[in-house]
Write a protein that binds this ligand. Structure first.
Ligand code: NAP
Length: 554
């Protein structure tokens, strides 16, 4: 594994072509592309291993809810052919093994500096370069600074009164201990009922003496129907990878599944039931493809929501408990969860649901959690309370653009970008799957690849023409932000309190952050802009030759 010491080029004033922040799937592929272009690159990674999200999120039951054959890189046909996924949905350890395999296969580690958090990045206008400072006090200079910091990487720990007085261990699902946790014989409290909680609760319940689930808002979840992949299926997928990948690019969410192209309210009750039953039996997020208007028409959406509620009532034996677990808002508004045995878990005698929707958690005390004057005694606490999504990881870094403007200040009222790739006033700073791009509304792997390829093509274009910098024009950014907001308004996803709108972090501005115009429209837009000579971007300045730059730095 790479570390600070092993890197050849760690002098305090190293001059690089590019710095990449983060060694998850985005950072790894960005490094691969830039290295192939002959760029000098260093990746800084805060973790002591690569893998990003899959390095940190090791809670029990963690696995991807996009099918493994789709949640994987497609840039290398050889990689696609040689890697063997074992299950329909890969577990966190399997995905992490895959990331490590990629790093080894493409010899990426030598440019990755682990255990190093980037604390600041400042643009030097005279030199068209970024000065990037790390938490060990060192700094490097790079023409391009590429944020591969992830959309869901900055954990959100609510400020519960008394949290620090709790006598037992507190675990956040997004920062799970690498050695694992044994809950055998323990009373455990899980706070939150989003995807991370929904995956971990069934497994924690199997181990714990008693599990208390503190639920503020029930989430909709559909069964995964996970299964091992048989040889025949794997052979077929490998033979059809290119067609599957190009079908996926034509889908709104970038995932290849069958979309039933008819309206839910125009179908008969019987047709609807048949379709929903078939999707429920098949499992996974393709449930939302049952009809073409589930996220655009409230009446249509209500039919799908009612179907899921009926399944909850079928599964959970206690009707009052079933009702408490039944969401009453738009299905798919908060991200749809995918589970294995979640609702069934509430039939166990060692599981108690504590509704904190009307009376919030008052305090954490030494022995447990206090709600509505009652104390729930626990030995360990699990915070499945999510992330400061999309902007959190960037806000942690002191990023300063032209005239020293802090990015935090520019984004005070919500993130503003052009295509989710760049932001005006911060030349040569790229964000992979940044706010304003489809990112979290799509299959992340292909969206990452598209951004990486766009950025690699862009910097190669600049280099060929000896252009020193690129940044969005203010007008282009403003128009894009307006467009992002307009399309958000046409989709039911913007209608509830979710991390998509920053509602889970007190004080965060309420802005629908990802681009919800669909992946095909977005891909087209990105291509058009490039074909028009990077329309909406200002390309300026002449590059001082690299030799001179290196000379200067000595
Ligand atoms: P999340 O969806 O944001 O869920 C956080 C949970 O904590 C919610 O139930 C939330 O309640 C609750 N919560 C937050 N603050 C609280 C407070 N002060 N008091 C009580 N409850 C509180 O976070 P997540 O489950 O970690 O998932 C985040 C995203 O990560 C997912 O949507 C998904 O995109 C990704 N993810 C993917 C997978 C996968 O592929 N399988 C797995 C895990 C996560 P409210 O709903 O009321 O805010």
């Amino acid at each position: 594994m790479g570390n600070r010491e092993q890197l050849p080029n760690t002098s305090a004033h190293a001059e690089l072509d590019a710095v990449i922040v983060g060694a998850g799937f985005a950072g790894l592929y960005m490094l691969y592309r830039l290295r192939n272009l002959g760029f000098s690159v260093r990746v800084f990674e805060a973790g002591s291993g690569i893998g990003g999200t899959w390095y940190w999120n090791r809670y029990p039951g963690a696995r991807c809810d996009v099918e493994s054959v789709q949640y994987s890189y497609q840039f290398s046909e050889a990689l696609q052919q040689e890697w063997e996924w074992t299950e329909r949905y890969a577990t966190q350890p399997e995905i992490l093994r895959y990331a490590n395999h990629v790093a080894d296969r493409f010899d990426l580690r030598k440019d990755i500096q682990l255990n190093t958090r980037v604390s600041a990045a400042t643009f030097d206008e005279a030199r068209h370069r970024w000065t990037v400072v790390t938490d060990d006090g060192k700094q490097v200079s790079a023409q391009f600074c590429i944020m591969a910091t992830g959309c869901l990487s900055s954990t959100n720990t609510p400020k519960f009164a008394g949290l620090d007085t709790f006598r037992g261990p507190v675990y956040h699902t997004g920062q799970w201990p690498h050695e694992g946790v044994d809950f055998t014989g323990k009373r455990v409290g899980v706070i939150g009922t989003g995807s991370s909680a929904i995956q971990s609760i069934p497994l924690i319940a199997e181990q714990a003496q008693h599990l208390f689930v503190f639920q503020r808002t029930p989430h909709y979840t559909v069964p995964a129907r996970n299964t091992p992949l048989d040889e025949a299926y794997k052979r077929q997928v490998k033979a059809e990878y290119p067609t599957m990948r190009s079908r996926a690019k034509q889908m709104f969410a970038g995932i290849d599944f069958h979309l039933n192209d008819q309206s839910a309210i125009q179908a008969s009750e019987e047709e609807r039931q048949r379709e929903y039953e078939a999707r429920w039996a098949y499992g996974g997020v393709s449930f939302m493809g049952a009809f073409n208007d589930l996220l655009f028409n409230e009446a249509s959406n209500a039919t799908a929501a009612a179907f899921v509620r009926s399944k909850i009532h079928e599964t959970v034996r206690n009707p009052a408990l079933a009702e408490a677990l039944s969401p009453r808002y738009v299905i798919g508004c908060k991200r749809l969860c995918v589970d294995t045995g979640y609702y069934e878990t509430f039939n166990r005698s060692n599981v108690t649901l504590v509704d904190v929707s009307k009376t919030p958690i008052e305090a954490i005390v030494a022995e447990g959690v206090q709600v509505d004057g009652k104390q729930y005694t626990v030995d360990a606490l699990v915070l499945a309370t999510g992330f400061d999504a999309m902007t959190g990881a960037l806000a942690r870094i002191d990023i300063r653009g032209k005239a020293g403007q802090p990015l935090r200040e520019k984004w005070h009222g919500g993130p503003r970008t052009y295509l989710g790739l760049m932001t005006a006033g911060f030349p040569n700073l790229f964000t992979i799957t940044g706010p304003g791009s489809p990112s979290v509304l799509t299959n992340m792997l292909p969206s990452i690849e598209q951004h990486v390829e766009w950025i690699a093509d862009c910097v190669a274009y600049l280099r060929e023409r000896e252009i020193a910098q690129i940044e969005p024009l203010q007008q282009a950014e403003d128009d894009w932000v307006t467009h992002v907001n307009e399309v958000a308004g046409t989709n039911l996803r913007s209608t509830c309190s979710s991390w998509y709108v920053g509602a889970n972090v007190p004080g965060k501005p309420r802005v629908f952050m990802p681009y919800i115009g669909g992946l095909p429209a977005y891909l087209e837009k990105c291509k058009e802009i490039v074909a028009a000579g990077y329309r909406g971007f200002l390309l300026s300045g002449a590059v001082t030759s690299r030799a001179t730059a290196l000379e200067d730095s000595r």
